[in-house]
Design a protein around this ligand. Structure first.
Ligand SMILES: C[S@@+](CC[C@H](N)C(=O)[O-])C[C@H]1O[C@@H](n2cnc3c(N)ncnc32)[C@H](O)[C@@H]1O
Length: 279
């Protein structure tokens, strides 16, 4: 396990993933009933952009730093940006929330968070960063076992984020396997899978596997910062979301053109479509 998310915190892929997550939490919060949030590959939860790892790559400068300076923002970006503002009360961008901290800020007293991180050191940091919040349970186990270990939850509504490091060749296939396991246990689970856009051939296979999965509905959203013609770099990233909340598709159609314009490097692009329509 070599991957450390601190090198990439706040980059274009994080901004895209976390902005979409923030909308999922907002749409779920329209109903009083509690939801559970499961994060199978959680990272440390909170990042110091001035720290050694983030400074060495400076990836966040082409990500969250661009939005931090922007003058005009769509209202739908407010929850996400307010979560970052809360960590940086003096207005200087230094701390960036990972998915655990974002979920902590955008969930309610009745909601529950289960955060899993396998890397022992990152797991310890995650525990420290989440300490004191009784709604949060931190697990230091194998992320791929999360659907089996934690579903069903007492809460009827569940969001499961699957966000592995993609260090190994089989991780796209394992995402589909975890998606199938989650739906086999609780059909209405909302599963969110993040994936890198690099190798188009591998992605084609991934899309086919997803289309053959047991997900009742599957929305695909992608953000490109370069044309997808160079498999050696991160051209952009995607999210597939099973059982997305009502309204998310329309919101993404409004947000993604703005995001592509704000974060595009050699060329911004986006798409939103259904990999699986309701079945
Ligand atoms: C992309 S990062 C997660 C970022 C986080 N979800 C966020 O948005 O802030 C992937 C994380 O998965 C962890 N990891 C790698 N292999 C794992 C496994 N098999 N089970 C659980 N966690 C794993 C890595 O240590 C890393 O912290």
């Amino acid at each position: 396990m070599n991957y450390r998310h601190a090198f990439h915190a706040g980059n274009h892929a994080d901004v895209f993933k976390h902005l979409v997550l923030s909308r999922i939490f907002a749409l779920l919060s329209r109903k009083e009933a509690p939801f559970a949030y499961l994060d199978s590959h959680a990272g440390v939860g909170l990042y110091d952009l001035a720290g050694d790892q983030a400074s060495r790559t400076g990836e966040w400068l082409q990500g969250i730093a661009r939005l931090w300076q922007a003058e005009q923002m769509p209202a739908a970006a407010n929850d996400y940006l307010n979560a970052i503002r809360a960590l940086n009360p003096d207005g200087q961008l230094r701390y960036y929330p990972g998915s655990p901290e974002l979920a902590r800020q955008l969930s309610r007293p009745q909601d529950r968070l289960h955060l899993n991180e396998k890397h022992p050191e990152d797991g310890r940091l995650l525990k420290d960063n989440m300490a004191g919040d009784r709604r949060v349970a931190v697990h230091l186990g194998e992320g791929w076992l999360v659907p089996r270990a934690l579903l069903p939850t007492p809460e009827k509504r569940v969001v499961l984020l699957i966000d592995p490091p993609f260090e190994q060749a089989d991780e796209l296939a394992r995402c589909v396997q975890a998606l199938n396991e989650a739906h086999a246990r609780v059909r209405q689970t909302m599963v969110v899978i993040w994936y890198p856009i690099k190798d188009e051939r591998q992605l084609k296979r991934f899309y086919q596997d997803l289309a053959r999965s047991n997900a009742p509905k599957l929305l695909r959203a992608e953000l490109l910062v370069h044309p997808a013609d160079d498999a050696s770099r991160l051209n952009g990233s995607g999210l597939v979301i099973s059982n997305p909340p009502w309204g998310l598709e329309d919101e993404l159609r409004e947000l993604l053109p703005w995001l592509a314009k704000s974060l595009g490097q050699s060329q911004g692009g986006w798409r939103v479509d259904w990999l699986v329509e309701e079945r």
